[in-house]
Design a protein around this ligand. Structure first.
Ligand SMILES: Nc1nc2c(ncn2[C@@H]2O[C@H](COP(=O)(O)OP(=O)(O)OP(=O)(O)O)[C@@H](O)[C@H]2O)c(=O)[nH]1
Ligand SMILES: [Mg+2]
Length: 369
């Protein structure tokens, strides 16, 4: 077993403020959750509210005032709908977001993110054209009742345009949720991604070494999204990312939770710590964990990965030896052996990961004791 080395000061800290290389999805993408029914409700509520016509324009009680009032009611509908849709229409398209965020948004929106932007842009165009037409129709009406008919007709048509054209409005709810949940990433600081099958102890490790305190439990898929913690080592701030577990199946069959881990692995500049639980009673067999290692290797490449045995506090030497040899027989090496729970081998893990980071990205963060 490896013992915990001394002399390295590990400090857990909060994220730094925004700078040029510090991306927060929340700052890049501001979308309000919206669905057709609540938009319709808001429009109809606003329509029945009283509107005031400035007396300076027309004399009080005149037919003109009453027509003008119907124009203002219709205008309110136009404003509510166009303002709501604008927050979607103005959102950056997937391709212009940093790649990781693009993938995260794609997963949350079932691939419909760009589609809903296009739908909103199109609907705003149609509604704006319609508004110009109806504004004149209402003001030029020959009677108050005609103005009222046009005004109501406009509201009905606007709502039906939204319903017919912005078919995927409902996904803004999922997008807004994921925007809130997705961590800010500093591309100028080292990043370690903790990956592996469910239950290998990823969250336990992240919680042990960083400021993040993800939920830990004996059930698979406890972690459902990527979570970022920070660790100050000397003057270096390291980002430690917890990821959801990945199952041994083709990428095309993975669920949204697994795909979030894959998105991080695929798009972020990082060193990947691939955790394996070598225990005899591990939730997933050693063979399954080697299969997933193979998948991860094809995504990130051999150089980025450190293979780590976790839970060595509960595994005897004979079993460890068997698992090591099994990995070797497939051409893989076990780089580190730790117990996240008991804090064994953690210092060495961090130093080795940092060295690997330096090697890969030509940086000079390595901490020498
Ligand atoms: N004995 C021992 N148990 C551990 C160790 N690390 C984690 N565990 C236990 O393993 C179980 C799963 O731990 P988690 O940290 O939630 O595992 P995870 O990989 O994040 O799981 P998912 O979020 O489901 O992917 C918990 O019961 C932990 O207490 C360890 O080093 N030794
Ligand atoms: Mg977890």
């Amino acid at each position: 077993m490896m013992s915990e080395s001394r002399g390295v000061e590990l400090r857990m800290t909060e994220p730094r403020p925004l700078n040029n290389q510090y991306y927060c999805l929340e700052d890049l993408l501001k979308i309000n959750p919206l669905d057709y029914q609540s938009l319709r409700y808001r429009v109809l509520q606003a329509y029945v509210e009283k509107v005031k016509v400035p007396e300076s324009i027309y004399s009080k009680g005149s037919e003109e005032v009453r027509k003008f009032r119907y124009m203002l009611k219709a205008e309110k509908t136009f404003q509510i709908v166009s303002t709501s849709l604008s927050s979607i229409a103005r959102a950056p398209r997937k391709e212009s977001l940093p790649a990781f965020y693009g993938e995260i948004i794609d997963i949350a929106s079932k691939g419909l993110y760009n589609t809903v932007i296009d739908e909103a842009v199109k609907a705003i165009k149609i509604i704006s054209r319609l508004w110009r037409e109806y504004r004149n129709k209402i003001l030029d009406s020959s009677s108050v009742s005609e103005a009222k008919t046009y005004s109501r007709e406009f509201v009905g048509r606007v709502l039906s345009i939204v319903k017919r054209n912005v078919k995927h409005l409902y996904i803004t709810k999922d997008i807004a949720k994921i925007v809130k949940e997705t961590p800010c990433i500093d591309t100028s600081s080292p990043l370690f991604i903790i990956a592996g099958m469910p239950q290998v102890g990823k969250s336990t490790l992240v919680s042990k070494i960083s400021s993040a305190k993800p939920k830990i439990s004996p059930y698979p898929f406890t972690t459902k999204n990527v979570i970022l913690g920070h660790l100050d080592l000397g003057s270096t701030r390291i980002q430690i990312m917890d990821t959801p577990g990945i199952l041994d199946r083709p990428l095309s069959e993975m669920n949204d939770i697994e795909r979030r881990a894959i998105a991080a692995l695929r798009t972020l500049q990082s060193v990947v710590l691939y955790l394996i639980d070598p225990s005899i009673d591990a939730y997933y067999s050693i063979d399954q964990q080697i299969d997933v290692l193979r998948t991860v290797l094809t995504i990130v490449g051999k150089e980025k990965i450190l293979v780590v045995f976790n839970k060595i506090d509960k595994v005897d030497g004979k079993r460890l030896d068997y698992c090591r040899k099994l990995l070797n027989s497939y051409g893989y090496n076990v780089d580190l052996e730790i117990s996240a729970l008991q804090g064994i081998g953690i210092d060495k893990l961090i130093i080795e990961a940092l060295k690997r980071y330096d090697l890969l990205y030509k940086t000079s963060y390595s901490y020498s004791q």
